[in-house]
Design a protein around this ligand. Structure first.
Ligand SMILES: CC(C)(COP(=O)(O)OP(=O)(O)OC[C@H]1O[C@@H](n2cnc3c(N)ncnc32)[C@H](O)[C@@H]1OP(=O)(O)O)[C@@H](O)C(=O)NCCC(=O)NCCS
Length: 335
């Protein structure tokens, strides 16, 4: 058998930053008409982290994640060829938050740009970065996904405020020629999602005015029931397709799904025929951190993975945009 020496992009380091403040279901129950019991049974979230430091944006968390990643792995900023940041909560409309993060971390010789693909941002940014690496255009890229969801959540709306949390995570991607790294990706979208999941004002259709602020139009709007149905159907579809075309069976993969609702995670896992211990979950204490969800889930579970392990990551979010990626873990005992 010939040795597989194709150059693939592999995750060689990962770091995350979660804010210290813990917003519990009990505290939420004092803010809106809800209860720990409702949130636990309908969604599966017990608590979420919230960035409370005054005057800082999403980059505050992403910078901490990237700086720690560099320090722990003895890397200099000049070793990095660029930063791709996925987020729906950039510090500002422009410049890109990637540029802000690069500047704060001293990364001066690389590309920096943001990608906005809703909750599916990380898997899209990963695939994009992988193409840069496989082509030889870049050697070391950081993909950082971060969200300050608390900046766009209406804490008077019980339909959405229990669902989201803040956080950031960064992965280092490097070329790998031993058969591990990114194997396959399926990325899809359907613009019908605009109707069900959007922010009404603050963009160029409806710039901010006193009226839009008074009408509370700068927050997440979600038709939860429809998003739920689409999320189950589409995450299962692409995850089954990627398993099928790579000859994977459910017993030999770890499945890392987007963490929006425990009932979605279970429904998708069941459709894929997964054993529950192979479906990784951190929704109870992280909640949905939009595009940061998947890398935070990876970081929380990195102690489980050995070189050569098969991981399928799948996400679904605004757009709609969704997808699955299949990778072989490339490093034993990642720090
Ligand atoms: C949002 C979501 C948790 C709502 O759960 P649901 O079971 O669909 O609940 P419904 O929207 O049907 O609401 C049922 C009832 O619970 C109520 N309810 C909603 N939120 C509540 C809360 N936090 N506490 C108590 N009751 C609540 C509703 O008002 C409704 O009451 P009504 O029947 O009197 O109108 C669920 O639809 C969901 O997770 N959707 C997908 C989210 C997602 O995947 N997002 C991904 C994009 S990032």
């Amino acid at each position: 058998m010939t040795k597989d020496t194709k150059v693939r992009a592999a995750i060689t380091a990962i770091e995350a930053y979660l804010p210290e403040y813990i917003l519990t279901n009990d505290e939420l129950s004092r803010m809106v008409d809800t209860s720990d019991e409702w949130i636990m049974t309908r969604v599966g979230i017990r608590e979420r982290r919230i960035l409370k430091e005054p005057g800082v944006g999403m980059s505050y968390m992403a910078i901490k994640a990237v700086k720690t990643l560099l320090e722990k792995n003895n890397l200099q900023p000049s070793d990095i060829d660029g930063i791709i940041c996925s987020t729906v909560t950039p510090d500002m409309v422009f410049p890109s938050t990637a540029a802000i993060i690069s500047d704060a971390c001293g990364i001066k010789n690389g590309l920096s740009f943001d990608m906005q693909v809703g909750c599916a941002g990380f898997i899209h940014a990963f695939k994009t970065a992988a193409l840069y690496i496989e082509s030889g255009f870049c050697k070391r890229l950081i993909v950082v996904s971060g969200e300050k969801m608390s900046s766009i959540i209406d804490y008077t709306d019980r339909n959405t405020c229990p669902l989201f949390g803040d956080g950031a995570a960064a992965v280092l991607l490097e070329p790998c020629a031993d058969g591990n790294g990114l194997q396959d990706a399926i990325l899809r979208s359907d613009g019908i999602g605009k109707e069900y999941l959007h922010m009404k004002a603050g963009g160029s259709i409806k710039p901010a005015t006193h009226e839009t602020v008074d009408a509370r139009e700068h927050f997440v709007y979600q038709d939860g029931k429809n998003v739920f149905k689409w999320a189950v159907s589409k995450m299962s579809e692409v995850s089954l397709e990627i398993m099928d075309r790579n000859g994977l069976n459910p017993n030999e993969i770890y499945f890392l799904p987007h963490q929006a609702n425990m009932r979605i995670i279970e429904a998708v896992g069941n459709r894929m025929g997964m054993r529950s211990d192979r479906v990784l979950v951190n929704i109870d204490n992280r909640a949905n951190t939009s595009s940061a969800t998947i890398p935070i889930l990876l970081w929380d579970n990195k102690h489980l993975f050995l070189k050569g392990d098969n991981l399928v990551l799948s996400s679904f979010g605004a757009g709609f945009a969704w997808g699955s990626i299949y990778l072989k873990w490339a490093v034993d005992n990642m720090k």
